[in-house]
Design a binder for this molecule. Sequence first.
Ligand code: CMC
Length: 425
Amino acid sequence: MTGFIKLIYGDQEFKLPVFEGSEGEKAIDISRLREITGLITLDPGYANTGSCASDITFMDGEKGILRYRGIPVEELAEKATFKETAYLLINGRLPNRDELTSFSVLLNDNSLVHEDLRVFYESFPRSSHPMGILSSMVNALRSFYPELQDLEEEINMTVTRLLSKIRTLAAMSYKISRGHKVVYPRPDLAYCANFLNMMFDSPVKPYEIDEDVVNALRVFWILHADHEQNCSTSAVRLVGSARVTLYAAISAGIAALWGPLHGGANQAVIEMLSDIAENKNMARVVERAKDKKDPFRLMGFGHRVYKTYDPRAKIMKKMCDSLLNKLKISDPLLDIAEELEALALKDDYFIEHNLYPNVDFYSGIVLRAIGIPANMFTVMFAIGRLPGWIAQWKESMDDPNWKLGRPRQIYTGPTQTKLVPIDRR
Ligand code: CMC
């Protein structure tokens, strides 16, 4: 606590404590507000509401800073593996060599999924979106692994299982949707390479692992690994607060991430860029984004917290340029994206609204270069975000001040009204 704020309401004065985080962010602690004043707060979209105190991720939206457990995301993207980053987020520190080896062994041991799960995949219509499938399959996993009773053991096993099996489930969904043979995980391949192999290996064309592609995926997943209390993470925490299983909480997070204003934006960006490529309508797209009567928004632009360039977008763009260069790919959508960014950044509307490219603006071009189809883009985001969801869920479960998540509301509907019998309505 770092002082008080005075609240004057009518002829009464109340003192509310101010809480300060380790990076100097301050919040009014309103946990006793209703009890002492009879009032609640109203904050649509929770733009001014801290739902929790958290040790996991620090963001500064004005300065464009993102750190996991204190380590800048730039440094992790340069020097860490995705597995180390996942361990860091979930356990609060980087693993030493022995811990990393044990973690890798556990991930390998848990990489297969029950064969009966394939029946579920085959029952989805072929046109189903892979995010809907992934959300359902993660929830279904619980039915296949109900045996553990002890909570601590269950948490550790479930965490490892989910981290490992999500890759297998995602790749299986892709293979089955194409009517192709499922490729099993391989014990000799590391986390990112193993996923790529499950996605792209085929009996008629063995997949050649390219280190530049593996590296691009590593960076992509690290950049998505956590982002504090975003929509899907808040969904995981809220659903988790009802003490559902981790599977159910993650399944809810995946469903939330699917939305085009959240993780679904990476697919929407590519669709928007493809539309511009086909219809040569960039200026019109920008005009539509500025038109208040039109619900259309420039996808991959803007962020609730960042009011400057998203630090992840900077790394993603650099990596995108380097990957396309190394793979000798010339993607016309990259030229369009660069032109669109330049156009938007010098437009008064985007300047006044502090709208800059976010992580999704260039990520789709990276994923296309890797060979990922557009409808799997948000699944790639989900695999990357899983360690963050788990870390946030675990933190909320261990919180001594834990409470069931249950916001209030201000009712604005009709006051008490009589029921009119049907023949008089
Ligand atoms: N294009 C045009 N106008 C925009 C955009 C955009 N992409 N983003 C925000 N605005 C405008 C908005 O119309 C509003 O204008 P005004 O104040 O004149 O009415 C103002 O900026 C503030 O918008 P908001 O919706 O109140 O702000 P928010 O904090 O709720 O928006 C956002 C955050 C991400 C939902 C929004 O910027 C957006 O819809 N962006 C496009 C979708 C997108 O790229 N999403 C990915 C986000 S990053 C990955 C992730 O974390 O999931």
